[in-house]
Each structure stands twice: as structure tokens, then as C-alpha cells.
Design a protein around this ligand. Structure first.
Ligand code: CA
Length: 228
């Protein structure tokens, strides 16, 4: 069964999430503090998606996300945000979350986001290995690895999926909607902003100078482009 962790200190919200995710067919683990969440994740390396509240009694959800990403790029991470202000922090800190859901949210909305991340976890169909190259970059689609020169670049599953889409479409301007539907799925109902957040983070990882990107360039008023 697909395993999900919910980190939320407000018992009512946590119970609401647990009941609905169990109903949707997930195995759900709960945590009420950041430390408890990190301990649970360590004991359960097969957790596929973690849902992290931001305001917590001990360490905040951003810090939990940062610590997860220090060792694990494969897990899907969804931040639960209470206000727009918190989303600005998500954007600013870019701690490595794949998605965010703003409270109050419907169970269907949360489930759709989790499903989208599990589809990403499933990855490419086995058997076909494709080596994509561009400039100093070499992507191996079987191992889900990216090298830049002799350096291995660690990507989250969402970052990997975005970059794969770009590398399969060199020189082609892709709209933010194109990226959203290719990476998150056509039925995904999230906001386009999540594309920008992930691309900013991707640029920090792959560009020589992320403030002056030359690989992932912005096509103003439209979207992004890989290469020239
Ligand atoms: Ca809270």
C-alpha cells in the first residue's frame, strides 16, 4: 500500500487528513512535531509522500523539508500552507518541496496532489534507457541521474521530470501550462506558480549562474525554453 506521512500539530486537521487519505486507499502515518516526523521517516524509508505543515511547536515545516532533502530526493513533499504569506516563504526558501496546498483544502484536492506525486515516483517504464545529452549535461532515464561534466546533480523527482521534458524538447518554448500538464498530469488543478518555484530551484542546481540562466531561459509572458 502507498505510504503517506502527515505532519500537522493541529489534531483536528490531522485527523481529517488521516480519515480522508485512508478512505482514498493510502496507509497513513502521523506526526505532531517536526522531530516526530523525522523519526517516523527514518523508521519508514518506504514512505512515498510527506505532507508537512509549516507552523509547528518545534522545528518548522521548512526545516523538516530541508532535512529530508539532505538525504532523500526521491520522496514527494507537499507543504501545507495557511496563508499566501507562507507560500512566499516557500518560494523564497525553496527548501525542496514539490508542491503546496493552501488551507482550507478539500480532501479531493489533497488526494489529487498526492496521486500526482506517486505517479512521478512510478517513473519511466522499465526497459527503455534513453541517454539525453546537451552541452555538459548527460541524463540517464533509466537511473534517473543527471551529470553536469563530471559532477552528479541531485534532483527531486519533480525537478528531474521537468528537466527531462526540457531535454527532450531542446530549443522549443514550453508554456508553463505545458510543463504543468506534462509533469503534474492533465487533471492536476494546482497553480502555475509551482512551475516557477521548481524552475528557480532547478536553475540553482544546474546553471553556472542561476541569476543569469543560460540553459533554462525565460520566454517572457509565455514560459521557458531549454537551450537556444
Ligand atoms: Ca500548525
Amino acid at each position: 500500500m502507498k505510504k503517506v506521512l502527515i505532519l500537522e500539530d493541529e489534531v483536528n486537521i490531522r485527523s481529517f487528513v488521516v480519515i480522508n487519505l485512508k478512505r482514498a486507499g493510502y496507509e497513513v502515518l502521523e506526526a505532531g512535531t517536526g522531530q516526530e516526523a523525522l523519526d517516523t521517516l527514518q523508521r519508514n524509508p518506504d514512505i512515498g509522500v510527506a505532507i508537512l505543515d509549516i507552523m509547528l511547536p518545534d522545528i518548522d515545516g521548512f526545516e523538516v523539508c530541508r532535512r529530508i532533502r539532505a538525504t532523500n530526493n526521491q520522496m514527494g513533499v507537499i507543504m501545507l500552507t495557511a496563508r499566501t504569506q507562507e507560500m512566499d516563504k516557500v518560494t523564497g526558501l525553496m527548501t525542496g518541496a514539490d508542491d503546496y496546498v493552501t488551507k482550507p483544502f478539500s480532501p479531493a484536492e489533497l488526494t489529487a496532489r498526492i496521486d500526482a506525486l506517486f505517479r512521478r515516483l512510478g517513473g519511466d517504464s522499465a526497459g527503455s534507457t534513453e541517454i539525453l545529452t546537451y552541452g555538459p549535461f548527460v541524463m540517464n532515464t533509466r537511473n534517473h541521474t543527471l551529470d553536469k561534466g563530471d559532477k552528479r546533480i541531485r534532483l527531486t523527482q519533480v525537478e528531474y521530470s521537468i528537466l527531462k521534458l526540457f531535454m527532450q524538447n531542446p530549443g522549443r518554448a514550453l508554456s508553463r501550462e505545458d510543463v504543468l500538464s506534462a509533469v503534474w498530469g492533465r487533471e492536476y488543478e494546482g497553480e502555475l506558480k509551482i512551475v516557477d518555484v521548481n524552475i528557480r530551484r532547478l536553475r540553482i542546481k544546474i546553471e553556472d549562474d542561476s541569476t543569469n540562466p543560460t540553459y533554462i531561459t525565460t520566454v517572457w509572458g509565455f514560459g521557458y525554453k531549454w537551450g537556444n
